[in-house]
Design a protein. Structure first.
Length: 764
């Protein structure tokens, strides 16, 4: 059989039988999201370097006001853009906000230009037009022809090094532009300082300091060229400085071995030989320039571009081979392996080969050899399905991620676990303290090497930080008051779930005082339920509900990236209690079904960037995370057939193997993790518990290879487009009586057999 793989916007095909897939390029650049938040470049799984083309230099603000067009450039690449400005080494994939885009390299020929110019006239600067027909992407490989310079660019990576190969059309002089001005979500003043030092004819080192989404971030780099530098220089694109000090005695911009400026673009000129090739190694470090050099020497000791490309390809093959699936058609296989790829883009490695990394306390720390430090924790998204998926197939890696979160808490000035963090910075993006969910789920799934008593103390410390995002109001009143902290309903509901996670961890560790405290807090959702309207509704400090209320409105007080309809269903830890609040099973079933059948008008979300029409089904918002568990709630009211029906609809309409095929931000792998679980037939509605909910598989068969050598095998009988309902499920030969699947039944391997039907089975 044949199956295909969409890699971060790129179609890759795999051929042959289970466990023997050979990655093979088929078709370049099939996109994933209308929002464009995916980078199509080269990286290895969880790599520090994510090397990709950037297609424009849109500023974050224009005339001092937010520029909405910048939102498309969260990953630096837009498929529709006609030009490329260069290749930078750090990117996010699928986020709703951004940073990074560090150390941009652009090869040029002919007249030297140090300004990128404009897309409407690429020859006005060093950027270049390109054509998708001349663009190739494979696992750990990207290539494109830069039309205006007639240079073939090829990129590959190791974990910490980007390797560039540029083939020029003429045996002539060549230029390399090093753009330290460029970045993603740039604005005036974001660059704090940049520095370049020419070490010898083949090596340069430097750093870039920025203050953006990450308030204090320094990226160190080292670059090695395969040819000797002929000449070099730079320009500072900041307004002229009043004070120049005594450096003014030098001609700093012409072959002077040190360059330092806030807005620095440097150039390096080379003579080519008959091969017309110029190669670069660009190594990153979060610790020092020396660390970047060590990373380079260790990971890329020679100039064998193909060796590094193939090694990275092998790493991807290892990750992809953890799943062996048979699907109904090639498009489904493209979607499935796309999702697997996306789940391995982050969190990202954040330490040098020596084990050293820079912490939130600005000190250098060192990990033992057996532990890896990670960053890029988009936890409001990824606690829901990505980290639970890791607890099945990336257990050692996820344990290291938990340890990285605990190190973050120790180094934090606030002594809090990460909320949304990257590059030793806390961004404070979104709400909740969902590290506690990841920790509780790790405990309940038996991840080893973690001091869970220490972890519980970190969870409690975080949850008692009164000055953070309405927690003081929440602790005093039993809910977050809207007149004390905005998005109060969303916060109350998410805090309540997080507190339940803390309680479960405390119960397991027999810390009963903490269990009692946080069990009580976990019921806080009841305090914002309005029995008159039947929805969770914002309250004031006085105890009265806010007067202006529309359960469909996304922009109103009380909610963030959602409305009352979707957020009122967010009680994953006490679903039965939520159903009772809302009038019982029969009434709740009808209420829940109406979410999928009524139509949500555009006016209710037109000013919310993260909610777009293609991610909505009825009024159910699949393109954003707060609703990801909702389809499975039918299981609690005796209507699993509706869970099964709507899962298939989502899988068929919200994940498509084409340009713009993903219905929202992938959000660091969360959308893709939902797809993997749901395609396999089960989903973790409440991370931190041992349970998964049975859904409706899309696979015809599957094997999941676990780290302990065991396998979960899934066989689906009578799978078809019409047979979307589950007639029966057998676990290790025994027919299951309800919709619950327990982790304990899976951890040492299991055999699941689904029988599908065109008719609902109401007795299951």
């Amino acid at each position: 059989m044949r199956f295909s793989l969409l890699i971060s916007g790129i179609l890759i095909a795999s051929a042959s039988a289970f466990g023997q897939n050979k990655l093979k390029y088929v078709n370049p650049l099939i996109g994933t999201s209308k929002m464009g938040h995916t980078f199509p470049g080269a990286t290895v799984p969880f790599g520090m370097v994510q090397l990709s083309p950037d297609t424009d230099t849109i500023p974050y603000a224009v005339n001092g006001k937010y520029n909405p067009d910048v939102y498309k450039y969260c990953a630096g690449y837009q498929y529709e853009d006609p030009t490329i400005v260069g290749f930078s080494h750090t990117h996010f994939s699928g986020t709703g906000h951004s940073d990074l885009g560090d150390i941009l390299i652009m090869p040029t020929s002919g007249k030297l230009q140090l300004n990128p110019g404009v897309a409407s006239n690429p020859k006005s600067g060093f950027r270049s037009a390109y054509n998708h027909e001349n663009e190739i992407a494979k696992p750990n490989y990207y290539s494109v022809l830069l039309d205006d310079h007639q240079i073939r660019a090829e990129l590959t990576t190791t974990t910490r090094v980007g390797i560039h190969k540029y083939t020029f059309s003429e045996q002539d002089s060549a230029n390399i532009i090093l753009d330290l001005v460029s970045g993603i979500y740039n604005y005036e003043g974001k660059n704090v300082n940049t520095y370049v030092r020419v070490v010898d004819a083949f090596h340069i080192i430097g750093f870039r300091q920025t203050s953006g989404w990450a308030k204090n971030r320094t990226v160190y780099f080292a670059i090695e060229f395969s040819k000797p530098i002929k000449s070099y220089g730079y320009d500072d694109f900041q307004a002229k400085k009043v004070y120049q000090g005594f450096w003014r005695k030098f001609n700093l911009k012409d072959n002077f071995p040190e360059m330092s400026a806030n807005q620095l673009r440097a150039f390096f000129e080379f003579d080519l030989d008959a091969s017309k090739e110029l190669l670069l190694k660009v190594s990153l470090s979060n610790v020092s320039m020396e660390g970047a050099l060590l990373n380079m020497v260790t990971e890329t000791p020679n100039w064998s571009f193909d060796t590094y490309r193939k090694a990275g390809e092998t790493l991807w093959q290892t990750e992809l081979n953890k799943y062996e699936v048979e699907m109904l058609n090639e498009g489904d296989l493209i979607n499935f392996y796309t999702a697997v790829y996306h789940t391995c883009l982050g969190p990202t490695v954040y330490q040098d080969v020596s084990g050293s990394y820079r912490g939130l306390d600005f000190a250098n720390h060192s990990n033992p050899d057996q532990q890896t430090n990670y960053t890029t924790f988009s936890l409001w998204d990824t606690y829901r399905a990505l980290h639970p998926l890791f607890n099945l197939v990336q257990r050692k890696r996820n344990a290291d991620m938990v340890l990285s979160m605990l190190a973050h808490q120790e180094q934090s000035a606030q002594r809090m676990l990460p909320v949304w963090s990257h590059y030793a910075n806390e961004n404070w993006c979104m709400i909740g303290y969902h590290s506690v969910s990841v920790i509780a789920d790790a405990y309940n799934k038996g991840l080893e090497g973690i001091d869970y008593h220490k972890a519980l103390d970190a969870c409690v410390q975080t949850a008692r930080t009164r000055y953070f995002d309405g927690i003081g109001s929440y602790m005093d009143l039993g809910y977050v008051a809207e007149d004390q902290s905005s998005s109060s309903v969303s916060k109350t509901l998410e805090y309540a779930y997080d507190d339940w996670c803390i309680a479960q961890l405390a119960l397991g560790l027999k810390r009963m005082d903490i269990y009692d405290e946080f069990s009580k807090r976990s019921a806080a959702y009841k305090n914002v339920f309005d029995p008159k309207s039947g929805f969770m509704r914002a309250k004031l400090k006085s105890g009265s509900f806010i007067e202006k209320f529309d359960p469909l409105e996304t922009h109103q007080a009380g909610y963030i990236e959602g409305n009352a309809w979707n957020y009122s269903l967010y009680v994953p830890h006490q679903v039965d209690s939520m159903i009772a609040l809302m009038g019982g099973k029969k009434r709740f079933a009808a209420h829940l079904d109406s979410l999928f059948t009524m139509q949500l008008a555009d006016k209710y979300f037109e000013h919310t960037e993260d909610i777009t029409r293609e991610g909505i089904m009825g009024s159910y918002v699949h393109g954003n995370e707060p609703s990801h568990h909702v389809i499975y709630l039918f299981d609690w009211v005796g209507r699993p057939d509706l869970t099964q029906k709507y899962i298939r609809q989502v899988l068929r309409t919200k994940y498509l193997p084409k340009i713009d095929g993903l219905s929202g931000n992938d959000d660091c792998g969360q959308m893709s993790a939902w797809y993997i679980f749901s395609t396999l037939g089960f989903y973790p509605v409440c991370p931190g518990s041992d349970d998964y909910n049975i859904g409706a598989p899309l696979v015809k068969s599957a094997k999941i290879h676990l780290e302990n050598g065991a396998e979960i095998t899934i066989e689906v009988k009578d799978q078809s487009e019409k047979n979307v309902f589950v007639k029966a499920v057998y676990l290790n030969g025994v027919r299951m009586k309800d919709f619950k699947l327990n982790y304990q039944n899976l951890k040492n391997g299991a055999r699941l057999v689904f029988e599908m039907s065109a008719k609902p089975n109401r007795t299951f």
